[in-house]
Write a protein that binds this ligand. Structure first.
Ligand code: SF4
Length: 450
């Protein structure tokens, strides 16, 4: 019978397993790391940062023993710099193009330095921002995730009154519900939300879901502008028919793990199979190992290079004892008395660029299967917009200023076409949308006064 149970490990082991994986720098470590920076004139790291943080400047400030100034440099560009320091795939962004990486194979530890600076500002209670002089204009933001909160914060500093509508009872979105617990220790996601809210002139209305409690048309009537920043609503299915007990949505489990006051209460299988090749697959696989699963296997239908999880993240999972099997896909679930007992996996290969099954099948006995094969946006949520909002590939189409096709409605984050499901790109969307909304509202205000 399936072996799924809570409390595989004692409290002490769980506490160790879910502690900070890469603790912050001590003061001297930060100075030594900062002094390796070449302070490049045309710094490639800045160009690789979606929020264009002046990286050489903040590193120079750390080297000069001014971490609070460094935090200001970071937060001016990216108000979620503390979480991004922990969850950005830096090896694919700033650190991947760092001159030290290219010349010596060892990048400046930009992420850890960014964490050092932002932690210093939070620990010192340094608030750099306040609400701007009132413009008399109001903006509705849908979704209190990274895009929505970044937009709200920027708008508030520019003097606009912001109301954020959030379906859940807690703000933070991806940062609060979608990131592995060991990457967001010390309640950093909520500390960041508190820092953003402390600016003032932002109200969050919880329990308000677009399409159920509010509509785009209604918000458009009530507010001067609307920013849509919803997350993705549903997880893709395996397409294998009825799923027996033991087949779970990885996104839901990761959220439950983040919110669980006692991680020992979460049931976990002895043998776990994870289907997928992205960050969600890595996060659920690593965390089920940390909860005490004896065998955890990630199954991905293509090769190592095609996995959207970075090589660093793949290494993290493997270091924690996770096995990654490439070129395999699930084709059948086995059950005993309605509970999962195994999964048939078919080997795959590319034929003329197309992924095909080879017909060779192996059965992997398991107690739990986690689906981590991507999420989809639910367009029904904006159905009231009718033809007013143009979609592309199932998500909202926006222009460079994050304007949708409906005048007065902007969008950003996961719900837009081309969204990368990253905190840092969502923050940039929110920031750019806020600047565009501000320009538009001020233009409108100037015309009204004429
Ligand atoms: Fe410093 Fe590397 Fe950026 Fe150059 S590329 S400024 S060495 S972090």
């Amino acid at each position: 019978m399936p072996d799924i149970k809570a409390g595989r490990l004692d409290g002490g082991s769980l506490s160790d397993n879910f502690s900070d994986m890469l603790p912050g720098f001590a003061r001297n470590e930060a100075r030594v790391a900062a002094e390796r920076c070449l302070f490049c004139h045309d710094a490639p790291c800045v160009k690789a940062c979606p929020t264009s943080i002046d990286i050489p400047l903040f590193i120079r400030q750390i080297a000069a023993q001014n971490p609070i100034g460094a935090a200001r440099t970071i937060l001016d560009q990216n108000i979620m710099g503390a979480m991004c320091a922990r969850v950005c795939p830096t090896e694919n962004l700033c650190e991947g193009v760092c001159v030290r990486e290219v010349s010596e194979g060892k990048a400046i530890e930009i992420g850890r330095l960014q964490r050092y600076a932002t932690d210093a500002a939070f620990d010192a209670g340094r608030q750099f921002y306040s609400a701007g002089a009132s413009t008399g204009r109001s903006v509705a933001v849908v979704g209190a995730g990274p895009a929505g909160l970044a937009c709200a914060h920027k708008l508030a500093t520019l003097g606009h009154a912001v109301t954020v509508f959030e379906a859940r009872d807690k703000a933070g979105g991806l940062n609060e519900f979608g990131i592995a617990a060991y990457k967001a220790t010390h309640d950093i996601a909520q500390r960041e939300v508190d820092y953003i809210m402390a600016v003032g002139n932002i109200t969050i209305e919880h329990g308000k879901r677009l399409g159920r409690d509010i509509t785009v048309a209604g918000l458009r009537r009530e507010f001067d502008a609307v920013f849509l920043a919803m997350g993705l609503g549903e997880t893709n299915d395996l397409g294998l028919g009825d799923e027996p007990a033991g087949v779970l949505d990885a996104v839901d489990y990761i959220a439950a793990l983040r919110q669980a006051p006692d991680k020992a209460a979460l049931p976990v299988g002895r043998r776990v199979v994870v289907i997928g090749g992205g960050m969600t697959a890595i996060d659920i696989a690593t965390q089920t190992r940390k909860l005490g699963a004896a065998e955890v296997t990630i199954v991905y239908r293509r090769g190592k290079e095609q996995m959207s999880a970075s090589p660093y993240e793949q290494d993290v999972a493997q270091t924690h004892g996770v096995t990654i099997r490439h070129w395999m896909r699930p084709v059948r679930l086995h059950a005993q008395a309605g509970a999962l007992s195994g999964v048939d996996l078919e080997y795959t290969r590319l034929e003329e660029g197309k992924l095909v099954g080879t017909g060779e099948i192996v059965t992997m006995p398991c107690d739990q299967v986690f689906k981590a094969i991507g999420q989809v946006f639910v367009p029904a949520d904006i159905a009231d917009a009718g033809a007013g909002i143009t979609m592309q590939s199932g998500r909202i189409l926006i222009d460079a200023e994050r304007r949708t096709s409906w005048a007065g409605v902007w969008a950003g984050g996961d719900c837009v076409a081309g969204g990368q499901d990253l905190t840092v790109t969502a923050v940039e969307d929110g920031k750019q949308a806020a600047l565009s909304i501000d320009r538009t509202l001020r233009g409108t205000a100037a015309q009204a006064a004429e």
